[in-house]
Design a protein around this ligand. Sequence first.
Ligand SMILES: Nc1ncnc2c1ncn2[C@@H]1O[C@H](COP(=O)(O)OP(=O)(O)O)[C@@H](O)[C@H]1O
Ligand SMILES: [Mg+2]
Length: 255
Amino acid sequence: MLAAISIKNVSKSFSTEGQPILAFGPADLEVNEGDFVTLLGPSGCGKSTLLLMIAGLIPCSSGQIIMNQDEVLSPRHDIGMMFQDSTLVPWRSVLGNINLQLELRNLNPNDFQDKISELIESVSLKGYEHLRPHELSGGMQQRAALCQALIHEPKTLLLDEPLGKLDAMTRENIRKDLQNLWMNEKPTVLMVTHSIEEAVQMSSKVCVITPRPGLIDKIIEIKLPWPRDLEVKRSQEFADYMAEIQEVFQGYGVI
Ligand SMILES: Nc1ncnc2c1ncn2[C@@H]1O[C@H](COP(=O)(O)OP(=O)(O)O)[C@@H](O)[C@H]1O
Ligand SMILES: [Mg+2]
């Protein structure tokens, strides 16, 4: 199995009032091609920091990150990213925001018409293409952001609590869409979450991170069948995985 992302002895310190404070690591992690890995850990353990380093948006303080055989030294254009707060620009429609991702990469939106229609359909935004972000619900905004993350057909998706601010029902619906997209196209996904349930439902592997400075403590393979529908979520095996992870966090004293 090829490693899509290799994290080797990576750490990050921030300087606060002139003092370096270790926020994450040092840690090693290998994410295989086509894996859906969640980074699960308490607030402040460095999950977002790790994702920003992998995206090349901030430098590592030590170590090395290799993505698709290439060391990450500057911002990557070959990934799709999604954050908790939507990054849609307010003056453009859903379609205009999706096109923006192509324009930023010097790609011609005309060459992507079929892909755009297919994506919009797959996240149930058909009929809403011409609305601007303020005319959309939070869930619809995140669906549009998901289209933005996927339009240039990246092999790697970095998702930072993308469903964190949504209500429970919308969150469940978008999880389902995201899971279907992953099952069909098999991108490599690294998703940050602080929800144990979301981690067990979505991942092939859960990477458990300790409280700050975050260290990768355990990698738990979730061997449940796909799709992880309501039936799977109600199974004893699902409950057992949740309990196993809850015990790890109880051990840290964070729950
Ligand atoms: N730009 C920054 N400057 C100083 N400290 C930071 C900065 N970004 C993050 N931190 C600190 O690093 C730690 C990890 O932050 P973060 O990666 O956002 O955690 P998480 O996403 O797991 O909640 C936190 O203690 C946070 O305050
Ligand atoms: Mg975060």
